[in-house]
Ligand binder design. Structure first.
Ligand code: LRH
Length: 491
């Protein structure tokens, strides 16, 4: 048949999945082959990802497509985290989790070596403690760093383990804050930070064919002829590639553990205003730029749910959304991006304390807590979208919500109301679709971004949420949210 088959591995902070994607030249469809939880492990020296288990599960998923004529495999994953390899390609130590506390104070340290404004001018990347730059500074003087020869981002590591090539893919590399906005590693910046330059190797564009599977991988998976493709390996870059937009006048929210909120531009937008609002410029597919901000996202809910479960109260996400829908609107609000919400921990308690410190009556019931999270997120989305428009000159007539959060009907409706624009929700598997369609591009079956988006539009219908007439409740709430943004932390 004229159908091509691709395997997409999508590693997220909550789970990893392996999908079989079928593409017939016009439409794409997905079949989930394997899903496994991604559970961080805390040991004496800090919080880690269990990468060996994740790779084992990945191979297990890939093996389910043995004998099905797969052309290629692509891996995408969350940004900023990395592995260090020695000269022979062995893992020097187990990769850390970006929420590990060792980066405390490192943003300030970086600023002492190179002024913030200059770091921003060179990289265009937001200041957020989890960046690769701060993780590496935290390792200064470590024998691990001395033993290291090459840094690979998490998806690069998986591609290396699949095909033996130690290469860095562009979109993931941009999340390090050590990559020049104009392209290429920011070598002078790396030197001035006192980091070993040898770690930063060859960079390839998304859509590069890397080569066949290693013999051991063939044996473990039974996959045979398939080759490995470097897709837009930063998960957010894959998701944005699969936003079913026409033209350029849109904003997107890639909604998962994080909500990545922003617009697409032709090139990095580096300005004083962008720095003041701490916008980031990350690499996209086809040479595009993603001007966006990280909003803390459903992490707030995930952590509440984990804490409640530990207390013996187990809630499904559907049930939590129902409780939130029943809770009264326009209650207390938080700035989702308060840095105290970043590390794992007692999220319901932190939300309560945030409210107390800002003179609000804290949410009491589970439904009130979830409502508080959703309304705060929706209002923060408006805050970011308005500023992204100002910084970029893009007019966002619609907001595309993609990723798992697109399934959250209540949050989508609240977003349309808060942002006073139509929300087009879906696809919920945008990252996987972007991964598959960039492989189709590498196979010569698709041209650029416009064609990829056309395929997504033809394959997955979007759900529309229209805002109602201007609502005073929302305006009042937005004023309150604005007053909370950037308030000094207290914890
Ligand atoms: C989302 C994401 C985001 C990064 C964060 C570390 O999964 O890749 O774009 O900022 O994880």
């Amino acid at each position: 048949s004229g159908e091509a088959r691709f395997l997409a591995v999508d590693l997220g902070a909550e789970s990893g999945r392996v999908f079989l994607g079928r593409f017939d030249g016009g439409r794409v469809s997905l079949e989930e082959l394997h899903r496994f939880p991604n559970v961080p492990v805390r040991v004496a020296d800090g919080l880690h990802w269990d990468v060996l288990r994740l790779f084992g599960e990945t191979e297990r998923g890939l093996g389910r497509a043995a004998g099905r004529g797969v052309r290629s495999v692509g891996v995408d994953a969350w940004g900023v985290d990395f592995a260090l390899l020695d000269r022979e390609g062995a893992l020097v130590s187990n990769p850390y989790h970006y929420r590990d506390a060792r980066t405390a104070g490192m943003m300030e340290e970086a600023g002492r070596r190179v002024p913030r404004e200059e770091i921003y001018r060179i990289t265009g990347i937001q200041f957020i403690p989890l960046n690769t730059l701060y993780q590496l500074l935290a390792m200064e003087g470590s024998p691990l760093l001395e033993a290291s020869d090459r840094l690979l981002m998490i998806p690069d590591l998986f591609a290396y383990w699949l095909c033996g090539e130690r290469l860095c893919e562009h979109t993931a590399a941009t999340t390090t804050q050590l990559y020049a906005a104009g392209g290429g590693w920011a070598r002078a910046l790396i030197r001035r930070m006192g980091l070993p330059e040898r770690l930063f190797g060859e960079v390839v564009r998304p859509g590069t064919r890397l080569g066949g599977l290693l013999p051991g991988v063939r044996e473990d998976t039974g996959l045979g002829e398939a080759e490995v493709v470097a897709v837009a390996t930063h998960d957010t870059a894959s998701a944005v590639a699969a936003v079913p937009a026409r033209g350029r006048d849109f904003a997107y929210i890639s909604s998962g553990t994080w909500s990545l909120v922003g617009v697409e531009t032709e090139r990095p937008v580096i300005s004083e205003e962008g720095l003041r609002y701490n916008f980031t410029n990350e690499g996209g597919f086809g040479g595009t730029n993603r001007l966006l901000k990280n909003v803390m996202g459903l992490w707030l809910l995930q952590e509440c749910r984990r804490v409640w479960a530990r207390e013996g109260r187990e809630y499904g996400y559907g049930e939590l959304a129902r409780l939130a829908a029943e809770a009264p609107p326009f209650g207390p609000l938080v700035d989702p991006d308060w840095e105290g919400f970043l590390p794992p921990g007692d999220m319901p308690g932190r939300i309560r304390r945030f409210c107390e410190r800002t003179g609000q009556r804290p949410p009491e019931s589970v439904g009130e807590v979830v409502r508080c999270i959703f309304e705060s997120l929706a209002l923060k989305y408006r805050w970011v979208i308005e500023r992204a428009e100002r910084v970029s000159g893009v007019r966002a007539g619609v907001v595309h919500v993609v990723g798992g959060g697109a399934r959250n009907g209540l949050l989508c409706r609240l977003t349309a109301e808060a942002a006073r624009r139509p929300v087009l929700a879906g696809p919920d598997e945008a990252t996987v679709l972007g991964n598959v369609l960039v492989q189709a591009h590498a196979a010569g079956m698709l041209g650029g971004l416009g064609e990829i988006r056309e395929v997504v539009r033809a394959s997955v219908p979007a759900e529309v949420y229209e805002p109602e007439e201007a609502d005073e409740g929302w305006e009042e709430a937005y004023g309150r949210l604005c007053g909370l943004v950037g308030l000094p932390s207290g914890e």
